[in-house]
Design a protein around this ligand. Structure first.
Ligand SMILES: Nc1ncnc2c1ncn2[C@@H]1O[C@H](COP(=O)(O)OP(=O)(O)OP(=O)(O)O)[C@@H](O)[C@H]1O
Ligand SMILES: [Mg+2]
Length: 352
């Protein structure tokens, strides 16, 4: 296992009597991408601001491993700026041009002078901002400002990148580009910590998800492992040809009967009476099953072999985003400010 890069130990932040971050424990290892996810006001930005030393914790510790050291208390690390890149809140970039601003950041972060101009051009080009290089930042659109904020965070090529809502205000193409860029950073072995509401982005990029609510971590694991706490998981099965309208109901009942040991027989009737739905628009079946990998294999075998004369399966997937959405809603709905957290059989400790 790789070494721990950031460790939060019982980290707590109060604003007056209000506890915004409540005894958070979290470990981020080298090369990992961690997503911090939770409702508005859950404490995500507050956690990040403490790591950035913008806010001081009331109690608990932040430990950090800088290039040449062991894990050490952030309070004793004099200059974290060159090893960590931050994007926090919507950046407020005064009256400078993009170039002036990035040049300024590059200087204070001590990026090698002779390489800075190249680096700026490269990043502006990647984020499609080259033609805006000499424009004043105050004339930038929200998404352009956000992109500049991301460039600022990674400009000095830090090993640890901490981003608060990087996709806010970005158009779909820009979000795709950011994802691509984050993947590139991952392949370079960077450690990335992202707070976001965008479950799709998070489930696509992150190795592990930390779910936070009322300032407490209520789950920390891979999407797959978090999904094990769900009573049911979904499977999407696309078919080559649409099903004949009259045959749908009897067919679904036959499938239900045959697959019943693997399907969720206690499905919320609000979703469906039987654990299978047919979606004519997508020409696909949605199956609610017990989430076990073995079951997936059996289900696929049966659908392909025993229903060959009814339909042809062209794809068979377990949607990650919808899994994360369901984990998210279940966990957030089941957690309370006081605790104990009413999760069924979930180990809420993140130490492994
Ligand atoms: N400076 C402050 N003074 C008082 N309360 C604060 C302060 N900063 C944050 N809070 C409160 O702490 C809680 C956590 O806020 P935080 O900004 O960390 O949430 P968040 O998870 O980032 O939410 P969002 O998803 O909306 O960005 C909120 O209830 C917020 O009102
Ligand atoms: Mg926030």
């Amino acid at each position: 296992m790789t070494e721990t890069i950031i460790k939060l130990e019982n980290l707590t932040k109060k604003f007056g009597n209000f506890t915004a971050v409540n005894s958070v424990n979290l470990e981020v290892r080298r090369g990992e991408t961690i997503g911090l996810v939770g409702p508005n006001g859950a404490g995500k930005t507050t956690v990040i601001k403490m790591i950035a030393k913008i806010l001081r914790p009331n109690s608990g510790k932040i430990l950090i491993r800088t290039n040449h050291s062991d894990l050490q208390d952030l309070r004793n690390v004099s200059s974290t700026i060159s090893q960590i890149g931050f994007l926090i809140d919507i950046p407020n970039f005064y009256n400078m041009t993009a170039y002036q601003l990035l040049k300024y950041f590059g200087k204070i972060q001590r990026y090698p002078k002779d390489k800075l101009d190249n680096r700026i051009d490269e990043l502006l080009a990647f984020f499609k901002l080259s033609e805006w290089k000499f424009e004043r930042v105050r004339n930038f659109s929200k998404g352009m400002t956000q992109k500049l904020g991301i460039i600022q965070a990674i400009l000095h090529d830090p090993d640890i990148i901490i981003l608060d809502e990087p996709q806010t205000g970005l158009d779909p193409l820009a979000r795709i580009e950011i994802r691509k860029y984050l993947r590139e950073l991952q392949s370079l072995g960077k450690t990335i910590f992202i707070a976001s509401h965008m479950l799709y982005e998070i489930s696509e990029i992150c190795d592990k998800i930390a779910l936070i609510n009322y300032g407490k971590i209520i789950g920390f694991d891979t999407v797959e492992n978090l999904a094990l706490t769900l009573k049911t998981s979904e499977l999407n099965c696309l078919l080559l040809e649409p099903l004949d309208a009259e045959k749908i109901l009897p067919l679904l009942n036959r499938i239900d009967e045959r697959l019943s040991p693997f399907l969720d027989q206690n499905l919320d009737p609000k979703i469906s009476k039987i654990p299978i739905l047919y979606n004519p628009e997508h020409q696909g079946l949605k199956l609610y099953f017990n989430g076990k990998n073995e079951s997936k294999g059996e289900i696929l075998k049966i659908l392909v072999n025993e229903f060959e004369s009814d339909f042809t399966v062209i794809s068979f997937t377990q949607p990650k985003t919808s899994q994360l959405e369901r984990v998210y809603s279940q966990m957030v709905e089941d957690s309370t400010p006081e605790g104990p957290i009413k999760l069924k059989g979930v180990d809420i400790k993140n130490e492994k």
